[in-house]
Design a protein around this ligand. Sequence first.
Ligand SMILES: C[S@@+](CC[C@H](N)C(=O)[O-])C[C@H]1O[C@@H](n2cnc3c(N)ncnc32)[C@H](O)[C@@H]1O
Length: 526
Amino acid sequence: MKEPEQETKTTEEEKMQHLRLKANELLLREEWEQSIQTYSQFISLCQTHISSRSDPKLQKSLCLAFSNRAEARSKTRDLDQALRDCDEALQIDNAHIKTLICKGKILLNLDRYAMALNCFKTANLNHPSTQDSETLNGYLEKTKKLEFLSRSGAFDFSNWILNGFKGKLPELAEYIGALEIKKSEISGRGLFATKNIDAGSLLIVNKAIATERGILPESNTQDLGENAQMVMWKNFVDKVILSTSNCKRTQFLISKLSVGENEESLEIPDIRIFKPESSDQDCSYSNQVIDMGVMLSILDVNSLVEETFSGKKGDHHGVGIWVLPSFINHSCNPNSKRYHIGDHVIVHASRDIKEGEEITLGYFDVFLLLKNRNEMTKNWGFDCQCKRCKFENGLCSKQEMGEIEMGYERGDDVGNMVYKLEESMRRWMVRGKTKGYLRASFWKVYSQLFVSEKMMVKWGRRVPAMEVVVESVVEAVGGDERVLRVVVEGMKRNGGGVVEMEKAMKLGRGVYGKVMKKQAMRSLIC
Ligand SMILES: C[S@@+](CC[C@H](N)C(=O)[O-])C[C@H]1O[C@@H](n2cnc3c(N)ncnc32)[C@H](O)[C@@H]1O
């Protein structure tokens, strides 16, 4: 007959055995929440009732239970807790392969490439040949590549572009160029170049905290369109809330964003906290949840509508939030451009940028007249404080300016308008970059003039050459696809020599970024 003490132990062992088997089964059936609960019961029983933590068999079961709970938690996107479970398991067995792979995968998902690589390397070192070798090697190679891309920014989209943007999306890793966050003269904080940067150089590649995509009906039925938009926005907000509640780092980073008010008093965070290799020690995470009202203001001020690389999006709409790019202020003479691939936003220099210069984006089309740009910034909820707006505001009172604008709206002869504007600029002694500001505002008429052979025969001698206008516009507002099209048309008309092609390629780098080889760039340009 069993002693009472022996009997209790056996019952507890049986209970644990039962819980362990049940939890494993739930995990296999992908019933994540239930399996988390059952593993938790098993773990707590192990820890409270069994004093013999040194029992190797029990230790092994406990390690596996933490590891399996980590896997289940990672599936429910409870990433902080999942990482904690991995660490518990690794404390018991620091070479536990399943846990090392699980932790590596979570860190990879969080774009912490160096730390993920460490996990996969340790796993590989301790278990050079196991049944998981193939999977492990796959992760090892992928992480090495992403870690390299994240350090070097050496992305290459050539194949994807040459395939007509079809097939597998290019491999993307988070990347931050030579940038810092400082107080901005435009508003609040801004991003600044810490060295000279060439047109086309990558500035940031950043993965969204959350995105939501949908097809919005073209509305002759306006209600339907608005409804679909509201549903999309609600789903997006829910996704952001879920991401922030499951990851303290995400919550910490998003809490640094502006709510659009009192920007002058906002803290200036160190850019290192946004880097993929930043350690948790660099950040003082708090448990404080962001208030819903604050979160909605943050999303209102910082969310972006997706712009696709190929420019084609039809009725597909996407909205998302990208943390570091949210520090970029708007300017009507921007020096960078953005586009989106999958969940990543890619920001590159659209013209040469000097060390110390603020990085700016056009939040909307900057080839618009001042008054139309004013309407756009009003919709965004601010009065634009950029240099171009200040300069053009100074010309508003001039009578000729009003007449030219009226002619623009009436659709007057484009040659005559360009001529009048150029003459006025000469009289007003507008020089250098500021000429580019005005030419960008009236780009529509300049482009119509330059692509019309008939018009150029009539006006060609009385207006500046296309190359001169293009150079000043690009210097003022950066590369733009519409300017590139005019240049390429001109090049084709003139038979296009090597020098012209080189100029078009440079302009192309400002428009699309230095993310492709010449052949791919040529396919985009021509
Ligand atoms: C995405 S945030 C840009 C970063 C922000 N300055 C900060 O400190 O976090 C957008 C907000 O910045 C301000 N802002 C951006 N561009 C501006 C501009 N050209 N003129 C005035 N305010 C601007 C507006 O308050 C806008 O709502």
